[in-house]
Design a protein around this ligand. Structure first.
Ligand SMILES: [Zn+2]
Length: 449
């Protein structure tokens, strides 16, 4: 199909949506990766040291400095949050237990629903009360997220959103729970589809999905051809920018957590929490399409699919399987977006862009201070600037849109590095005297044993 449309292959077609020659996308993402790689290497080094301690170097490492993939707490090693118990820098310092607060909210709703059902409610009535409490909690979480956008001067979500959205998992049919956002008619019938549970991950996912929804609403007045993200990375970065502004200060201002501790220990802990999902993701965000571009252009052949996959994981992520993964396996197929055929470079770009947007909005709000402390919750100047950008949709090259918001028309990981500079400095201290980094070429030999 791609060839029929004049592209050399499907990879080139995917790379052609960026208002620049498709052959520049590879080098451009490489440039960004080189910017952030030193930061990733420090995190990798620290995590490896901790895993060595827990499991022994012979089990935690494969080959020359690669981390055993099955120990990373995530099937794709794309998010290391589950290693928190081992990697928390200062145990207990300034803990932000958002999940506990949401769980409490659910319990309150449940008690109310059960009380309404009456003392001698039968099992069916009790179940109904439980469903009611789940739905109420999910809507409250969504209202919370909406409130952030409204605080910036954006409109409330239309009533149809509340009527037609799938907030919790239906109990009468099978659904795909993978969260998504939908613009049904390009003129305001927007919806999200989630199976919301009262926990932190779901809570931030709602903020992410509403980013898509507000983008849709902002560009709905444009002709259909322009109703889209400036590029596909933009669409993913809108809500994530808001997530960065969910600082401890914001969370306590909405009564979700206690007043934040301002200690250095608490700051480092919070930064580590962000890095374990944000920084750890970067090389993964890059390697998926490196693999698919190779598959599409024929440089990776069918008898080599799994080996090429793990070679790229070793090169970029510094991880390796503990036992051989031969061609009888097809590990790429375990990642939703591969059989789903969704391009992935957008998520890498979004990770970089979200910090550029965040810094731009912090500047617009007049914030002065360390970048990681900035929240622009309630700031109309920042809101106006954001809405103006969203309203442009795909009506001009993304470089122009980026420049209007940030003053620069170039992708730049600088703001991300600035944001993480406290934890990066801390990691360098922790890793002093360690041999950081890894040798990817050692992986296949080790895996073949
Ligand atoms: Zn998304």
């Amino acid at each position: 199909g791609a060839k029929g449309m004049g592209f050399t292959d499907a990879g080139q077609m995917w790379r052609s949506g960026y208002d620049m020659p498709p052959e520049q996308i590879g080098p451009e993402t490489d440039r960004l990766w080189e910017q952030v790689k030193p930061m990733y290497e420090q995190l990798h080094c620290y995590a490896r040291g901790k895993l060595d301690k827990t499991y022994g170097k012979d089990k935690a490492e494969v080959g020359n400095g690669l981390i055993a993939a099955h120990l990373m707490g995530n099937m794709w090693q794309q998010d290391w949050s589950n290693l928190w118990d081992q990697l928390e820098p200062y145990p207990g310092a300034g803990s932000l237990d958002i999940t506990a607060a949401l769980e409490k909210q659910y319990q309150t709703n449940l008690s109310a629903a059960l009380a309404k059902a009456g003392k001698d409610a039968n099992v069916a009535a009790q179940y109904k009360a439980q469903r009611e409490a789940e739905l109420r909690t999910a809507k409250q979480m969504t209202e919370r997220a909406q409130d952030f956008y409204v605080s910036l001067g954006m409109p409330s979500l239309p009533q149809s959103y509340w009527d037609k959205t799938q907030f919790i998992k239906p109990d009468d049919r099978d659904v795909v729970c993978h969260a998504s956002a939908w613009d049904m008619n390009m003129e305001g019938d927007v919806r999200t589809k989630m199976c919301i549970k009262p926990n932190e991950e779901n809570f931030t996912t709602i903020y992410h999905e509403l980013g898509h929804i507000y983008y849709d609403l902002a560009y709905n007045p444009l002709p259909p051809l322009f109703q889209g993200g400036a590029n596909d990375g933009f669409h993913e970065a809108i809500g994530d920018t808001i997530v960065l502004a969910m600082t401890p200060k914001y969370l306590s201002s909405i009564g979700l957590v206690d007043a934040p501790t301002e200690s250095r220990e608490a700051v480092i802990n919070n930064q580590m929490r962000m890095a374990l999902s944000g920084v750890s993701f970067l090389p993964f965000g890059l390697m998926i399409d490196r693999w698919r571009w190779g598959v599409f252009d024929g440089s990776i052949t069918a008898d080599n699919y799994n080996k090429a996959w793990w070679d790229l994981k070793a090169k970029y992520q510094g991880v390796a399987p503990a036992s051989a993964r031969g061609e009888e396996f097809f590990d790429p197929g375990a990642k939703y977006h591969v059989p789903g055929n969704t391009p992935y470079t957008r998520y890498f770009l979004a990770r970089i862009l979200q910090f550029q947007f965040y810094k731009g909005l912090c500047d617009a709000s007049g914030f002065k201070g360390p970048l990681h402390e900035c929240t622009f919750y309630g700031n109309k100047e920042a809101g106006q600037k954001y809405w103006a950008m969203l309203s442009k949709g795909a009506s001009q090259p993304w470089q122009a849109t980026l420049k209007e918001l940030t003053g620069s028309d170039k992708l730049d990981a600088g703001p991300m590095i600035e944001y993480f500079s406290p934890v990066n400095a801390w990691l360098k201290q922790q890793n002093e005297g360690q041999m950081c980094g890894w040798q990817a070429s050692a992986a296949p030999a080790a895996a073949a044993k």
